[in-house]
Write a protein that binds this ligand. Sequence first.
Ligand SMILES: *Cc1c(COP(=O)(O)O)cnc(C)c1O
Length: 467
Amino acid sequence: MSKGRSINLDENELPREWYNILPELPKPLPPPIDPSTRKPVDPRKLERIFAKELIRQELSPDLWIPIPNELRETYLIWRPTPLIEATHLERALKTPARIFFKWEGVSPPGSHKPNTAVAQAYFNMKEGVERLSTETGAGQWGSALSFGCMLFGLKCRVFMVRVSYNQKPYRRVLMETWGAEVFPSPSDKTNYGRSVLSKDPNHPGSLGIAISEALEDALSYENARYSLGSVLNHVLIHQTVQGLEAKKQLEIVDEYPDVVVGCVGGGSSFSGLFWPFYHDKVTGKAPKSVEFVATEPTACPTLTKGIYTFDYGDTAKMTPLLPMYTLGSDFVPPPIHAGGLRYHGDAPTLCLLVKERQVKAVAYDQVAVFDAAVTFARTEGYIPAPEPSHTIRYVIDEALRCKRTGEKKTILFNLCGHGYFDMNAYSEYFEGKLQPWHYPEDAVRASIEALRRDVPWLSEVENAYLR
Ligand SMILES: *Cc1c(COP(=O)(O)O)cnc(C)c1O
């Protein structure tokens, strides 16, 4: 225990259980829909794709899910992570607000993602799985899963979105160092990848395509399973170690947040931070009213401009239809640098909470985001990844607002990754080459119209499950 700028927990204070929001949502979560039956997916059908224990967690009605001891020992490689008060930033902004950040960049892969990667590798290993296949956009998830598989003796195959594969060679080498095989997606390793390449040999790739390839690859080998780094409930559950630790750390300095804010690509890092505070709120345990804010890029504005409906999780339409805000599963993102935030949908739990106005969403363009990242780096010193820099933009604006109004807000956010593999993006920012991209609303509308043509019974399931 410590009371300084950096608030640290002892090893024995690492959480023993994860928190599950499902039983405490304002409405029951709409189910994923199986397009072949137009009914909720039969969980047994998922057993060929995910470890059984992960499917159990995905649907679990339990509020608390125990963290096995063997896994807690693995978490101790880098957890508990520090909670740091950004005193240098506070001083530079001359704000009366207190700004705390949960620093997840201390993990070996450099982000929050190993919180679930090691858990997924562990539960798969327990069930005798030999290999995991996955996709990665910016390379963060691929690195995290490579690291998790290495720790528990599993093979790992990563389909990496081609633009990132070319832009970020060191992420690939990092994965290979931990023993993974990495392919640029679209690849010639799968039928789906080959079909995309035959139409456009220079296709830049997308997360949706890479998911389709990883799924196909997992289905091609009996003892392989697929692994997803965000969006699904079990992933978000594993991430709650962040919020559970942060709550204890704030208690040490007698603080409680007025606002909890995080960036959203699929929603796992932000949910992992705010869920435990949401639990306080719904159970009447929060000492004051607390607000939850999600940040995202204007180039991929899922929560602020997407449509709330059922959509596929991937481009080849292999996944069930998920109840979420979506830009359309054929979304090909503009080439922005926040690679981890370029997914067309978001976690169904988060989408429900936005729909029910429990969570507010705001979008920023990448120039405004890098302005904030550099302000942070030049005060606090840490180099933030582009993804959490969306949150830093919000935090700085909010702290400056507090300066004008004199409000003494306590702001909590997660600095969910470092930016050492993103120096190319910083360099383009310094050279004035970054564009303030805004994804056009017309494109969203066109995608959703295409979805409705493709799934003529969409309004039936909307009426049945989204009311
Ligand atoms: C992957 C990633 C994200 C986006 O994914 P979420 O599931 O929304 O957390 C954000 N930040 C970093 C550093 C990432 O690696």
